[in-house]
Design a protein around this ligand. Structure first.
Ligand code: HEM
Length: 426
């Protein structure tokens, strides 16, 4: 390696934490544009951080020889969104082994089961909405539906009067990672409470005091064996159970964004009569709207890339949102255009709202198929089972709020039932 390798372009500011919070989803690409580069160096919370975007950067980021995940995520993310010692922070064989446990849960049969439960839960909810004849905040209502559905699917018992409490705890955990002050601390508190709940479930499952069928996520995680044949410590098993429950409830934000897209692009909403068009619509919702801003790793050992020197120990952030809006990859990226997926050749490094690379080898989201399928089902349910109005409300998405959905949670009113659908059509 040459000592004369040029340093990665550096952002002028001493520390970019303030800019990151101000610019949110646009931070990395704004600074890439300003510096005329796909990669720049800065400090975030005083830690040297390399920010990157684009397909080449994405390819590099998922090279396990060059980057590791242990120690990469900031404490504020570990204490809210991820939890400690879960799959997100593992590397090498330990990661692949733990990841295989998640991937085994994501099979076609279990997906069908989750879709069936979710549809039934939706149909029961819309009946209530119509009877009460009051406006509904879609975010809260869908979070309840997904909480109830994923718990039933995972073998986690949940009384009807517990649903709202748990669904709100999931949302607090998800939102807290990008917040400061009280909302952040409420998210930490929600995680502590949920980990305690999940530890008890793991304990009861292992002792046999909770009857759980062996094909459920709860059973599989409780009895998972590590490489040394030991079961997971209760606390880590609780974190991993939450790694299935929490992100499934997080699909709520995508459902709200789907409803927003149906409202903002009515000509596209008219064209959703078959499964393929709904699939393209959902892919465009995931590409177009911001959700998970960036993913992080740490340089394993100093190396050079495109003549730049990546120093050992530096944190690296890959811009997911910016890559999904990169005009070298996407024609008119700021246009909502589902038909771009008509002749799209699947590429694991350019459409990366849920990470890139390989599901089994890399840290790409284990639940991406589930997400796409639940969104497609919800698109169908929103367009075929109810008619509704969208009353006046602020529908702007603040790009410095994560996840970005309208502040109102997307209110719908004047809800009337249209018809029911069968799962086979979704
Ligand atoms: C709301 C939709 C979702 C979004 C936006 C999302 C996003 C992501 C992202 C960005 C990553 C990290 C990728 C990386 O670091 O390279 C990830 C990882 C992960 N996701 Fe998701 N996800 C979603 C839904 C789900 C669902 C439904 C599940 C499970 C049922 C799930 C389980 C996981 C797991 C276990 C990981 C860690 C994978 C690893 O470290 O190897 N996610 N997700």
């Amino acid at each position: 390696m040459s000592d004369s390798a040029p340093h990665i372009p550096r952002d002028k500011t001493f520390d970019s934490t303030y800019d990151l919070f101000q610019e949110g989803y646009d931070f990395i690409r704004n600074h890439c544009w300003q510096l005329g580069t796909d990669v720049f160096q800065t400090r975030i919370q005083l830690k040297p951080t390399i920010c990157m975007m684009g397909r080449e950067a994405s390819l590099l980021f998922y090279d396990e020889q060059k980057f590791k995940r242990s120690g990469a995520a900031p404490k504020r993310v570990m204490k809210t969104l991820f939890g400690q010692q879960g799959v997100q922070g593992l590397d090498g064989q330990a990661h692949r082994h733990r990841k295989a446990m998640f991937m085994a849960l994501m099979n076609e049969q279990s997906l069908e089961a989750l879709l069936r439960i979710t549809e039934a839960s939706w149909l029961s909810a819309i009946n209530d909405w119509q009877q009460h004849n009051k406006p509904v905040i879609l975010k809260d209502a869908v979070a309840d539906i997904l909480t109830q559905s994923v718990c039933q699917w995972a073998g986690v018992p949940l009384e009807p009067d517990e649903i709202r409490h748990r669904s709100q705890q999931f949302l607090l955990m998800i939102e807290a990672a990008g917040q400061i002050g009280l909302p952040h601390w409420q998210g930490r508190q929600a995680r502590r409470s949920m980990e305690k709940w999940c530890r008890q479930l793991i304990q009861q499952t292992r002792h046999g005091s909770l009857p759980v069928s062996d094909n459920t996520a709860l059973f599989q995680i409780a009895h998972h064996r590590e490489l040394d044949d030991s079961v997971l410590p209760e606390q880590i098993a609780a974190v991993e159970l939450l790694n299935v429950l929490r992100p499934t409830v997080a699909i709520t934000y995508y459902v709200v964004l789907t409803a927003l897209a149906l409202h903002q692009f009515p000509h596209e909403a008219q064209r959703l009569g078959d499964a393929e068009s709904r699939y393209r619509f959902v892919q465009e919702v995931r590409r177009f709207y911001p959700f998970f801003p960036a993913t992080m790793a740490q340089v394993r050992q100093t190396f050079e890339w495109q003549g730049y020197r990546f120093e050992e120990g530096h944190r690296v952030m890959l811009d997911l949102y910016g890559t999904n809006h990169d005009e070298r990859l996407w024609q008119n990226p700021e246009q909502f255009w589902p038909d771009r997926f008509l002749d799209y050749k699947p590429d694991t490094f350019s459409l990366i709202p849920q990470g890139g690379g390989d599901y089994w080898q890399n840290h790409r989201c284990a639940g991406e198929w589930f997400t796409v399928s639940i969104m497609a089902l919800m698109t169908k349910l929103l367009t075929t089972t109810i008619d509704y109005d969208v009353p006046g409300q602020n529908l702007l998405l603040a790009h410095n709020k994560m996840p970005a959905i309208p502040e109102s949670g997307f209110i719908i009113s004047q809800i009337t039932l249209l018809a029911t659908v069968t799962i086979a059509e979704a």
